[in-house]
Write a new protein. Structure first.
Length: 287
């Protein structure tokens, strides 16, 4: 079965002195007066687009966003997106794989997971200026490679993520430890869904992986998102189906088998129940 086009960090971009791959580019230099157009694809690394100034369109997992000033887009490994970025855009593009950031600190692993749970951030000018200062420092360290530059890069990334998490918590109005625990449990569940959906579809198995009962997991998802855990599992199955329908030329039976369905007709009925289209009709409608 053909996979969705996956982009990797190029060999020429590897930094042997860093624990993994990392890259940051100035958008004005990268665009060089030309528009950037990326067709639908997915990455096996984290992708951050930080825009001081920007126009265009960004579609992430089939959700459309207008590219505007003072916005930040985050693409997690495995997500699909397509991007149209106009030549007058300014800011930074950051890419790094999990090996670069995760070994640094266990608490920071959780921080990145929480921050990347949101694909889109709209910032006020004062907060954006603070973050832009951090990224300018990261860019200078990356270019100059002076003593201990990798520690400086990771430390500045840490502060960057904290600022985004503060913004996210303010927007979500998360006031106390209990709510923080609930949000953290939800983030872990959504992360497990994204990485295991082709092989695990039972609420009980996800609850067990989180050391929760089915009732506790459902209470968390209902309280935070107004949906049952089963509904979120179904949504993730549909999302992964759409990714393959629109970003690959695979046959419907191949996609069904990839998603763990031996009965292709059942998969077709399942997809139509949740989208009102058969997989083939959905592909023809949107391609």
């Amino acid at each position: 079965m053909k996979t969705i086009p996956v982009r990797h960090l190029k060999t020429s971009q590897k930094e042997p002195n860093l624990s993994g791959d990392f890259m940051i580019k100035n958008l004005q230099e990268l665009l060089n007066g030309k528009d950037m157009v990326h067709e639908l694809h997915r990455h096996d690394f984290f992708f951050f687009l930080v825009l001081k100034k920007g126009t265009g369109n960004h579609e992430i997992d089939f959700v459309n966003y207008d590219v505007t000033d003072h916005t930040i887009f985050i693409i997690r490994p495995g997500q699909v997106h397509e991007l149209e970025l106009r030549s007058n855009s300014e800011g930074f593009m950051i890419q790094f794989n999990t090996d670069f950031y995760y070994p640094f600190n266990k608490r920071m692993n959780s921080l990145l997971q929480k921050v990347s749970a949101s694909n889109y951030y709209q910032l006020e000018e004062d907060l954006f200026s603070k973050i832009n200062f951090l990224l300018t420092s990261i860019f200078s360290e990356y270019k100059d490679k002076t003593e201990a530059y990798k520690e400086v890069i990771k430390s500045n990334l840490h502060i960057f993520f904290i600022e985004l998490l503060r913004l996210r918590n303010t927007n979500n109005k998360t006031p106390n430890t209990k709510d923080l625990y609930i949000q953290e449990s939800l983030d872990k569940f959504l992360h497990l869904l994204e990485t295991n959906i082709t092989s695990i579809k039972q609420v009980s198995k996800y609850a067990s992986m989180l050391n929760l009962s089915n009732y506790q997991l459902n209470t968390i998802t209902k309280q935070t998102l107004g949906k049952t855990a089963s509904e979120l599992i179904n949504e993730q199955i549909i999302l992964e189906s759409k990714r393959y329908l629109l970003a690959s030329s695979n046959q419907i039976n191949q996609i069904a088998y990839h998603l763990g369905y031996d009965d292709v007709s059942y998969f077709i009925r399942f997809f139509k129940k949740h989208t009102s289209y058969s997989p083939d009709a959905y592909r023809k409608k949107l391609k």
